[in-house]
Design a protein around this ligand. Sequence first.
Ligand SMILES: CC(C)(COP(=O)(O)OP(=O)(O)OC[C@H]1O[C@@H](n2cnc3c(N)ncnc32)[C@H](O)[C@@H]1OP(=O)(O)O)[C@@H](O)C(=O)NCCC(=O)NCCS
Length: 184
Amino acid sequence: MMQFPALVSERLVLRSLRASDAPDLSTYCQDIEVTKYLAVVPHPYTEEDAQSWIASQDKGIAGINLGITHDDKLIGVVGIKASSERDVGIFAPTIGYWLAPAFWGKGFMQEAVRRLLDWYLPLEPTEKMCAAAFEDNPRSINLLKTLGFEEIRRGTGYSAARGESVPEVIMELTSERFLQQRCA
Ligand SMILES: CC(C)(COP(=O)(O)OP(=O)(O)OC[C@H]1O[C@@H](n2cnc3c(N)ncnc32)[C@H](O)[C@@H]1OP(=O)(O)O)[C@@H](O)C(=O)NCCC(=O)NCCS
């Protein structure tokens, strides 16, 4: 499996996923309060699902998912899907993320996404990044605004865990805006 360098921030280490992460990953992904906000994670979710997803993480920088760890414990995942027309209809790399609920509200995801983009953007220069959050997910929409994302349009996206399409907000962040914020 392709290994990425560990990305270290103030409180977190972002690192490649390992086969030994499957038990934690499956515990977290069994929680519908996490997966109902995600596009592709099914519900119910098993340890075998976690094992095969981890084993499939070999797409290089074109489709990277890193484990987020705090005090050496896996607490979530952050990733970037390559530029594609995908379901959101624009050509820009798309970020996705989740944290186990015990770790919400501490600013961890802001820290993780900033660290990932600090590493990614110089390697894969792109005019903009994209993200889509379901309308009923104010935590994620708020996080994206804090990171400098702006709404570009509304649409619908399929939620595998809910088994239905859900209204969503499509947002983008220009690399220029991100870098300006980082230098401010
Ligand atoms: C959406 C989600 C990733 C947000 O994670 P998070 O770590 O709680 O988000 P943030 O990093 O923005 O932190 C949230 C709050 O922590 C607070 N906070 C506490 N300590 C902090 C610190 N040291 N630094 C920064 N913020 C801190 C902030 O006030 C921030 O809220 P605010 O921006 O309204 O002020 C998380 O709720 C989640 O995993 N949800 C389920 C899955 C999901 O929705 N994924 C996204 C699909 S689009």
